[in-house]
Write a protein that binds this ligand. Structure first.
Ligand SMILES: [Zn+2]
Length: 251
């Protein structure tokens, strides 16, 4: 399985696009997991050397614009694709499409697949499990498995048991690592208010879960990647990275 991070930043991280990733495996249809923040999806796919025509299955963790914002872009650029999300997230996506391109809202080639939390299903050859996590809107963490390998993605969430369960024994845990606690009390408070974990908390969850490797994403604009990496590496003893946009991992 391979995963390319299309975006690794929070909304105002000017050097990074927002969250999206492209997952492939032999015999599977590529899975776009979250969609970056809007038109940047087109640029990030191109930067990663990916043809938009390959987009087929899209899974969205929650309705926030830095994760779901690329959906209207897909309506503009593609004739046919399927959007998988929980019912609550589909409501948010529908409102987003209606607010931006209402004339396209009933596009014939777009299908909606409703996925349930705490359940496992097959999408394009991958086994996908969703875990309800703790964020400002209904949000799911995602566990993707294929060929005996597992990738876990936190989406956005405060530390919680569901997120540890999602990351359990995953070969790679891609986790929200919004700020480092070394950034100071105001940044920790901001992470709490916006319902994100700190780098230390992400590393603690990865350790408890027995994850094989940890990648920290969703960096705040004020965050220093080196400080985030140092803080997480102090806690998590496996391979730990803070990827740049368009970096690819082999899982
Ligand atoms: Zn969010």
């Amino acid at each position: 399985m391979e995963v390319t991070l299309l975006g690794t930043g929070a909304p105002w991280a000017a050097q990074r696009a927002t969250l999206g990733m492209w997952i492939t495996a032999p015999g599977c249809a590529p899975l776009l997991l979250d969609t970056c923040g809007g038109m940047e999806l087109a640029r990030q796919l191109r930067r990663a050397g990916l043809d938009r025509e390959r987009v087929e299955n899209v899974l969205v963790t929650h309705q926030h614009l830095d994760h779901a914002g690329g959906i209207p872009t897909l309506y503009l650029g593609l004739d046919r694709f399927t959007v998988f999300a929980t019912a609550a997230t589909h409501e948010g996506i529908a409102a987003l499409v209606h607010a931006t391109y209402p004339e396209m809202a009933s596009k014939a080639g777009v299908a909606n697949g409703v996925v349930e939390s705490n359940a496992s299903r097959e999408i394009g050859g991958f086994v996908v499990e969703l875990f309800p996590v703790v964020h400002r809107v209904p949000t799911v963490a995602v566990r993707v498995s294929h060929g005996g390998k597992t990738l876990a993605f936190s989406a956005d969430s405060l530390p919680c048991e569901a997120l540890v369960a999602c990351a359990r024994d995953a070969d790679l845990f891609i986790c929200d690592g919004f700020v480092a606690e070394a950034d100071g009390a105001p940044m920790i408070r901001l992470a709490r208010d916006l319902m994100h974990p700190t780098a230390r908390e992400a590393a603690e969850m990865a350790t408890r879960a027995g994850s094989g490797a940890l990648a920290l994403v969703h960096l705040l604009r004020l965050s220093d990647p080196a400080r985030i990496l140092e803080e997480a590496s102090d806690v998590f003893r496996g391979p730990c990275t803070v990827p740049d946009d368009c970096q690819t991992y082999v899982v």
